[in-house]
Design a protein around this ligand. Sequence first.
Ligand code: ACO
Length: 308
Amino acid sequence: MIGRVCGTGSYLPIRTVSNDELSHVMETSDEWIRERTGIRFRHVALEETTSDMAAEAAARALKNGEVNADEIELILTATSSSDVIYPSAACIVQKRIGAQNALAFDLNGACSGFVIAFNTAQAYIRAGIYKTILVVGAESMSRLVDWSDRSTSVLFGDGAGAAVFELCKDAPYEHVVGVRGDTLIRVGGPCREQRMTMDGQAVFRFAVTTIPQCVNELCQKAGVTPDDVDWVICHQANVRILDASIRRLGMPAEKFYRNLDRYANTSAASIPLALDEMREKGLLQSGQRIILVGFGGGLTWAGVMMEV
Ligand code: ACO
């Protein structure tokens, strides 16, 4: 038994902020940000809360999957930027979409959060506990970054993505995970004023080692080669991280989906946002083998290989 994604949805804040706009409030430039990261602009939640975005993405995923809210038995929201400690973002989603039969809780796996939640959903389905699960990744990173730190604040954006899983009798599925209790990326400080600090270059080295390692391990576990993989959807942090990983793997760059030029790093939301965008564009075809790779604060990493 396995859970198969039967519907996806996403939500992006209405307000976009370009690199040029940032250059009016801090010492930076469009050229520096584009060259070092590939980011052109990002969405910033001025009106929306993390829960607003999560609930909207969730409602769209239900609609896309033609699943009724009362069929959902579990809601997992991956976030490191919930509006309050409780009610959790997942509980607010539960109420907003009217999923009256669902248990709901948040999971904080930083930028790996969606893939960790994905694996958690699979574990519940494999154990025969639930058949229909909603997994959401939602972040308001603009509220966590220190806007006086130009080397970190320009990298992030806000948004949410969601996927509905339904029990399916037989489908290939592999996963890998890892944790290294390191503080290269940290969100800390007095309560309500927690801000992010990051050693960018060390995180870069961590990411370009972790992505190829995850892809290779997943292929080995599944008894396939990277040639047999149709798509790799990595956490969208930096185009140079993606390019270096692609070079190390020797895989065609076209197999790596990228959209971070428009969204920047949306942490736990980046992979479900990409999944939903790819579905909308008709890029995901039944039977394709895809890999998801998340990596980030913790440090954590998580990967899955599945069939669409
Ligand atoms: N605009 C202009 N100049 C800047 C900016 C900016 N926004 N930020 C830093 N600089 C300056 C620095 O002050 C430094 O100036 P100096 O040479 O006078 O001292 C210069 O640019 C070079 O700085 P570096 O830090 O060496 O730049 P680097 O090439 O390493 O790029 C970056 C920095 C983009 C952060 C890179 O290290 C990186 O992408 N790391 C990965 C970070 C990441 O993606 N993290 C997220 C993954 S995990 C997660 O998602 C939470």
